[in-house]
Design a protein around this ligand. Structure first.
Ligand SMILES: Nc1nc2c(ncn2[C@@H]2O[C@H](COP(=O)(O)OP(=O)(O)OP(=O)(O)O)[C@@H](O)[C@H]2O)c(=O)[nH]1
Ligand SMILES: [Mg+2]
Length: 421
């Protein structure tokens, strides 16, 4: 049976109605991703949020009258409700009450495939559930109270449930630490390579771009949160420059904090990146808002300082007005179509320019006996020219600034070198 749902958005003096409509459209997409059917969207205007019911008693009564005629199975709020608001509404309307976080958590649970994603989602769901357990039981307690069983039993049950959930949370955190360790070992091995991370709003086309650039085989779907795991692929920008490109989970407005927290290990690739590519869907009327949300999540993760390139994807679906607007708002951005493989070379060039801005170009005169250093340079730098002069070798090479400062410390004073601007 397809579940029929009613969506609710609340307009307050701090947010305008157009924004709420946009948010409800997005919530409808999320809910459809879960296989539910939206039968009605309701916008409630309030001066202030009601602490008991969120929308106020009058509105609750209005909704109650819609439930039967519209055959509604659940009411879904775009905003996060507190545990007690959910319980109160659930009791008054006698129907399931969801909020946006719960919807997102359920989608993540449906789409999780790997052990890591499953563990992360399970952890976030339990953290979300924990404060809500008590209310659920208080509700049951009242029901059973009527037939002569007093609170005590319910009370014990809550304690037992909470303990079980807390123990499970600890176990999942431990599992995640083990998975994280494996990831750190893997990424240490790739320390010398320039790292580029694709990030962006869900459905912007990150995985399509990953596939187009690297011939990876990441799942692409017209569906929110198709990707939950990180995929990393090597790819050559030109004959000298190799980069590691990673594709990862998408962002959305009001991403539940528990999820961001538990997805830390997946998002590590973004944290360690030398360059972030922010992918945006220029065909979406909400493109700029989506870019802002991406910046907010990055800020929450403390990684707003990483160098970045903005890519407007899906140019096959945009109009001229949008193009002009984007060009003036983000003058250094790139416009392409990942699906149709249009203008990918511009992105390549732009990544290359960024890499070069992190590189040093060095000329070095080394005695041929310095076998170790020569081997290390061959391994870690890009050798541009090499000439022999008597017992010496003249090398010209470029490498990442960080590699250079590490190598430099190993050289003795006798080695001559010159940095070329
Ligand atoms: N028209 C058009 N559609 C595109 C383009 N690039 C990607 N798409 C479509 O956009 C949808 C989402 O693409 P994905 O690559 O899965 O998006 P994503 O950013 O990885 O999404 P999540 O993993 O869910 O966060 C798919 O239906 C793609 O075919 C493009 O250049 N033009
Ligand atoms: Mg994806």
């Amino acid at each position: 049976m397809i579940e029929r749902v009613l969506l609710i958005g609340v307009v307050t003096p701090l947010i305008d109605k157009d924004d709420i409509e946009e948010h409800l459209d997005e919530l409808a997409l999320l809910v459809t991703t879960l296989g539910k059917k939206v039968v009605e969207k309701l916008i409630v205007t309030r001066k202030k949020i009601d602490s008991g019911t969120f929308i106020g008693k009058g509105k609750v009564e209005e909704i109650e009258k819609l439930i039967e005629p519209l055959d509604i199975h659940a009411v879904i709020f775009d905003d996060d409700l507190s545990a007690s608001q959910t319980a109160t509404l659930n009791k008054r309307l006698d129907i399931e009450i969801f909020d946006r976080s719960r919807v997102i958590l359920d989608i993540f649970a449906d789409h999780a495939r790997s052990r890591e994603a499953k563990t992360q989602v399970e952890l976030a769901r339990l953290e979300y559930m924990l404060p809500r357990l008590k209310r659920l039981w208080t509700h049951l307690e009242r029901q059973t109270g009527g037939i002569g069983i007093r609170g005590g039993m319910g009370e014990t049950q809550i304690e037992v449930d909470r303990r079980i959930v807390r123990t499970k949370i600890l176990k999942l955190k431990k599992d995640l630490r083990i998975i994280e360790k494996e990831r750190i070992t893997q990424s240490k091995r790739r320390d010398n390579i320039f790292k580029v991370a694709l990030i962006g709003y869900t459905n912007a086309g990150k995985s399509t771009l990953m596939n187009a650039l690297t011939e990876a085989d990441v799942l692409v779907q017209n569906k929110l949160f198709a990707t939950l795991d990180t995929t990393v692929r090597k790819f050559f920008l030109d004959k000298n420059h190799l980069v590691l490109l990673s594709d990862t989970v998408g962002f959305i407005r009001k991403l539940p904090h528990d999820l961001v927290a538990s997805f830390q290990s997946t998002l590590n690739e973004v944290k360690e990146a030398d360059l972030i590519i922010k992918v945006a869907d220029i065909g979406s009327p909400h493109c700029f808002h989506q870019l802002e949300t991406v910046d907010e999540v990055l800020k929450e993760m403390n990684i707003s300082d990483t160098d970045s390139i903005i890519v407007f994807n899906k140019i096959d679906t945009m109009d001229d007005v949008m193009l002009k607007h984007a060009q003036s708002k983000y003058p250094d951005s790139i416009f392409l179509s990942a699906k149709n493989k249009l203008r990918l070379s511009e992105l390549n060039k732009s990544i290359l320019d960024k890499i070069k801005s992190h590189e040093v170009h060095v000329k070095m005169n080394l005695p041929l006996q310095s076998v170790k250093i020569i081997a290390e340079l061959r391994n870690q730098a890009i050798i541009l020219t090499e000439n022999y002069e008597g017992n010496n070798i003249l090398l010209e090479f470029s490498c990442h600034k960080n590699i250079w400062s590490r190598l430099k410390n190993k050289f003795s004073d006798k080695i001559e070198y010159e940095i070329i601007e």
